[in-house]
Design a protein around this ligand. Structure first.
Ligand SMILES: [Zn+2]
Length: 335
């Protein structure tokens, strides 16, 4: 049985941004030798996608293009709040988190148009399209600080008779339900558009999924600020897989405590049933905001995934370079 190991790749390590081919090729060749067969490249930081695709093809690595709603361009509308609420958020949580608004139809149009141009231009060179941050940011801060952009205000006006929801209104179950339902419908509509263009261009569609889907182990303290729950952010990835809106999901299970990692794996297997065996590539953290998993910890995790008969795994490493000890572990598991 095969076990595919992919990497969430980025090009921050490239020094010569004008002529990046050699550096990219060296990195990809090294990873391919270790057994990696798929590289999911973060487009906003790749100096030349042409070079990247050429280097990958030359050493037999499949390229997956990773895009985010923010990548779509200058006109993206982000979470909009009055200044007093921004200050309140910063005081309570130590951050001003203003990701793109998932309810905004203009954001959807920009994102889908950008993705369509990309996959047409790189037809035959890109195997799959990967949606990162396909959600609202983030569960913890959405509870108290839902977006107040023009489009969100229109929705509020229609469903609740007011442009701005008060904390008292948000505490009512029916209102809270509808706020979350609208959020999910709108992000799902974006995913369905991506499904349409990926089918038209015969490439796969995958996503980086929140580790915590609905009630899994979570970390809500900085610098992580919560791992979900995905469904509160409009990212119902279990449903997306079940309905065939996406081909594969890579939940970002970067926990450094093994029992937490294992409990999330158990949650995914319970949630997905048979879908897990063809579509679930769980993300393992090498180095992330959640901390470092040394080579032996990565090995333990890959063993759990292999024992569960899953089709593979994804590695995330924010520094992107894998020393020989990590390469040896990858080699041991990849097949
Ligand atoms: Zn909004």
């Amino acid at each position: 049985m095969s076990f595919r190991i992919g990497i969430w790749d980025h090009c921050r390590y490239v020094v010569d941004r004008e002529k990046p081919y050699d550096e990219i090729a060296r990195h990809l060749e090294r990873m391919r030798k270790a057994g990696v067969t798929m590289a999911d490249i973060y487009l906003p930081e790749v100096p030349s996608l042409d070079d990247y695709c050429r280097a990958a093809a030359n050493c037999g690595v499949d390229v997956e293009a990773r895009i985010t709603p923010e990548w779509a361009g200058q006109g993206v509308i982000k979470r909009t709040l009055p200044e007093d609420l921004w200050q309140d958020m910063e005081k309570k949580y130590g951050i001003r988190l203003s990701g793109p608004c998932g309810n905004h139809p203009g954001n959807r149009a920009l994102f889908v148009a950008g993705a369509e141009n990309l996959i047409k231009a790189y037809k035959g060179r890109i195997k799959s399209l990967h949606l990162d941050f396909i959600r609202n940011d983030n569960a913890l801060l959405l509870l108290d600080y839902p977006c107040q952009c023009e489009e969100c205000q229109k929705l509020n006006q229609r469903f609740f008779g007011t442009k701005t929801l008060t904390p008292e209104m948000l505490a009512k179950p029916a209102i809270a339900y509808k706020v979350v339902a609208l959020r999910n419908e709108n992000v799902t509509a974006t995913v369905q558009e991506m499904r349409r263009i990926s089918r038209e261009n015969s490439i796969k569609l995958t996503i980086a999924a929140r580790a915590n889907y609905i009630d899994s182990a979570d970390i809500t303290a900085p610098p992580v600020w919560g791992l979900g729950p995905a469904v509160l952010e409009g990212q119902d990835w279990v449903q997306w897989l079940e309905k065939g809106f996406i081909d594969e999901a890579f939940p970002m299970n970067y926990h450094t405590e093994l029992d937490k990692f294992q409990s999330l794996v158990d949650d995914y297997l319970r949630l997905l049933g048979d879908h897990a065996y063809k579509a679930l590539y769980i993300g393992v953290g090498v180095m992330s905001s959640m901390g470092v998993n040394p080579p032996e910890a990565v090995a333990e995790r890959l063993q759990i995934l292999k024992n569960a008969k899953l089709p593979g795994a994804m590695l995330f490493n924010k520094i992107n370079t894998y020393d020989d000890n990590y390469c040896r572990i990858i080699k041991e598991f990849a097949c």
